[in-house]
Every structure is written in C-alpha cells, then in structure tokens.
Design a protein around this ligand. Structure first.
Ligand code: ZN
Length: 189
C-alpha cells in the first residue's frame, strides 16, 4: 500500500487532466467542472478510504477527527466497506451524516424545521452540483483503490524475485521502520 502522501501526490497530479478531460468529453459547464474538482480534492485530502486507520487524511480533520474514530474502530483496514470503489464513497457520505443529524436532533424542533426547509429550498438549486461533487469523490477514491491494488502487486512481484524472498521495500529499510510501530492498524499513512 502506498503511503498517504503518495496517494495525495498522485491524485493531485491527475486532478486537472481528469477534470478537464471529463469537462471536454461530457460538455460540462464551468460550475459543474468546479463542483467535480472540489469533490475530488475533498476526497483526496480529507475523506479518502484510508480513514479506516490513523492516516494523514484522518489527522487532517484536526479535532473533528473524533467523528471518524468509531468508523476506524468498526472497519478493518482495506475492507470492502472502506476501499471498494463507489460503495465505500457512498458509505462514508452516509456515515458522515450521523454528526449533523445528531446535532440537529439535539437542537430541537425549531432547528429541525429550519433544516428541513433549507434542504427543500436549496436542493433544486444545488442538487445537480452536489451530485458532481460526489462524482469527483468517487473518482478520487477509485484512483486510491487502484493504486493500493497496483502497489500491492508490485511489492509481491519484488518479494518473489528479490534475494531471501525479501521485498524491495523491506530490503530498503521499510522493515526496520515498521518494527518500531506497534500495529498496522495504528500506522499513520
Ligand atoms: Zn488505501
């Protein structure tokens, strides 16, 4: 698995070509392209599949990372629910809803009514852009999953062909570093 910063770097490099390519191919408006790009960046830097462990994405939430603590405890790292394309993105969005829903529920009926009216008033205006935002998140998360699979195969390949069946990464010091870390679940990526 690549480190969290590698994921960020590769996703960032691919952001502009992907969004511009899709905009040209699908004839998106500038606002649709912007919504998709912002969603893509949000998933890359904050809401990515590696929220299932103490990753750089998890740390990026600052004090609000407490929201993701139960998520991290419930899901095993790289489980289908946290890494499978599309499904994992939708599950993270649904999961994130528990925090505002709880807040609104605690704040009483007048706040609940305002929230309901706001959603009904704004959905026709921003609904389409919100879907583009989610599409951007899905593309970013899919790239993450592909990179995880490719890097794992790459490591396996080197592991089979390197002396003493040691992987390329172990040979270059990763093994020594990982020994100092207590468990893969708590390793920051
Ligand atoms: Zn991952």
């Amino acid at each position: 698995m690549p480190m969290g910063r590698t994921h960020r770097l590769i996703n960032t490099y691919l952001c502009v070509p992907l969004v511009v390519g899709a905009t040209v191919a699908a004839h998106w408006s500038p606002l649709q392209a912007l919504s998709c790009g912002v969603g893509y960046c949000f998933a890359t830097f904050f809401m990515n599949p590696d929220l299932d462990l103490d990753s750089v994405g998890y740390q990026s939430w600052g004090p609000l990372r407490i929201i993701w603590w139960p998520y991290q405890k419930i899901l095993a790292h790289r489980s289908y629910f946290s890494h499978f394309p599309v499904i994992s993105t939708v599950l993270r969005i649904v999961y994130l809803m528990w925090f505002p829903v709880l807040m609104i529920a605690l704040l009483g009926s007048s706040v609940q009514m305002v929230a309901r009216e706001t959603i009904f008033d704004w959905w026709p205006i921003i609904g389409a852009y919100l879907l583009m935002f989610i599409l951007g998140m899905i593309v970013s998360d899919t790239l993450h999953a592909i990179l995880d699979v490719v890097s794992t195969d790459f490591k396996r390949h080197f592991s089979r062909h390197s002396p003493h069946h040691q992987s390329f990464w172990e040979h270059h010091g990763e093994r020594r570093k990982s020994r100092a870390r207590p468990s893969p679940k708590h390793r920051r990526r």
